[in-house]
Design a protein around this ligand. Structure first.
Ligand SMILES: [Zn+2]
Ligand SMILES: [Zn+2]
Length: 371
């Protein structure tokens, strides 16, 4: 059986190891992807650092979820993508990094993002089928019932890795918030997700897109992606000052929609105060742990619609690809990779990504592993 390389994560503080594992035998309806690029996402860095007070999964696993590749081989019954475009070996594809089951209480309601069976194989361990399977690996296996989309010819491959995490995630968040034309939108955090959220909110017709961050290069970037205003944490150092500034910019009303893509628990507390009465709070970033405390009546009195959001419906990926085709000449969000490392140098790549992030690295200059 042919084999492929995987980067193995054991625990925070222990370097990744490269192992060689068998590639899976492809079942009917399955597709084996030869990965080409995997970007180091903020959440990969959280896991690598061991941030937060969330449960530390001790299991050996393959990191990486912002990735793309080409069709390596297809199982019986597969000759097209999920919208029936012909598919052949070598075609560039994008796909969710999780697999809804298509037959459960949630899936039959179209709530694939909440399917309890959507977990990734590569989080289950490496000693069982399909073995060589993950983002930071040579191969990724799409089982029967998967979703896969051909990458439009107009898009450079470097644009594709963040499609299945950052971009699809924020598109789905704003869809869940049922954003209206003319809404005012606040984005907390101008990292990868925040930059995409800015672009999507602007293109969906926001009257204001107000972005908050502590790094000036990131704030400069979002201004090229449709932001109307930025709030620098350097200029507004306290939560109260930032909430007050949002009120000023929204004529005393507060924002229709606030999107949290920071990943720090305190940001949620602050962001809730920016939502107008009966407005919406889309909470995406706080996946790493951390706690907040506030008066129970806060949400009720403000009639806040608080939308915790993780993962997305798989058809968002196609919309995300088409979105990039349309805006790539106007917004600097398509060529997002500035540094590439071969998979074997994953430990150097993470060290560099960590330093680069602190220096203001943003969605326009991310670090990728190549396979
Ligand atoms: Zn991600
Ligand atoms: Zn399901």
């Amino acid at each position: 059986m042919p084999t492929g390389k995987v980067a193995v994560f054991t625990a925070s503080g222990i370097p990744y190891e490269i192992e060689e594992l068998p590639t899976p035998e492809i079942e009917p309806g399955g597709v084996l992807i030869k990965n080409t690029h995997a970007v180091i996402c903020g959440s990969d860095l959280h896991g690598w650092r061991g941030d937060g007070d969330g449960p530390q999964r001790a299991i050996r696993r393959v990191p990486g979820h912002e990735f793309t590749g080409v069709v390596h081989s297809m199982g019986d019954g597969v000759d097209s993508d999920s919208v029936r475009r012909p598919l052949k070996e070598g075609d560039r594809v994008a796909f969710p990094f999780f697999n809804p089951c298509n037959r459960c209480y949630w899936c039959i309601r179209g709530e694939h993002h909440a399917c309890p069976h959507r977990g990734r194989n590569n989080h289950q361990g490496l000693d069982a089928y399909p073995y060589c399977d993950g983002g930071m690996a040579d191969y990724y296996y799409l089982p029967q019932g998967h979703y896969v989309y051909k990458v439009p010819d107009e898009l450079p491959t470097d644009a594709v890795p963040p499609v299945n995490c950052a971009l699809s995630q924020v598109m789905f968040g704003l869809e869940r918030a049922d954003m209206d034309f003319g809404d005012t939108v606040v984005i907390q955090g101008a990292g990868g997700l925040g930059t995409f959220a800015t672009a999507v909110a602007a293109e969906k017709g926001a009257s204001k897109v107000i972005v908050i961050d502590g790094q000036q290069p990131r704030l400069d970037l979002v201004m090229k992606c449709g932001a109307t205003d930025t709030i620098s944490i350097m200029d507004y150092p306290t939560p109260e000052a930032r909430v007050e500034r949002v009120r000023e910019l929204t004529h005393g009303v507060g924002a229709d929609i606030v999107v949290e893509v920071v990943g720090i628990a305190a940001a949620t507390l602050e962001g809730l105060d920016m939502v107008r009465t009966n407005g919406k709070y889309v909470d995406i970033g706080n996946i790493g742990g951390g706690s907040i405390e506030f008066a129970a009546r806060k949400i009720i009195n403000n009639q806040t619609q608080w939308l915790g959001t993780t993962h997305y419906n798989p058809w968002i990926v196609e919309a995300a690809l088409q979105f990039l085709v349309r805006v790539q000449d106007r917004m600097p969000i398509a060529n997002v990779i500035s540094h590439k490392y071969p998979l074997e140098e994953i430990n150097d790549a993470f060290e560099f990504a960590e330093w680069h992030g602190r220096e203001g690295g943003s969605t326009a200059n991310r670090v990728a592993l190549t396979m």
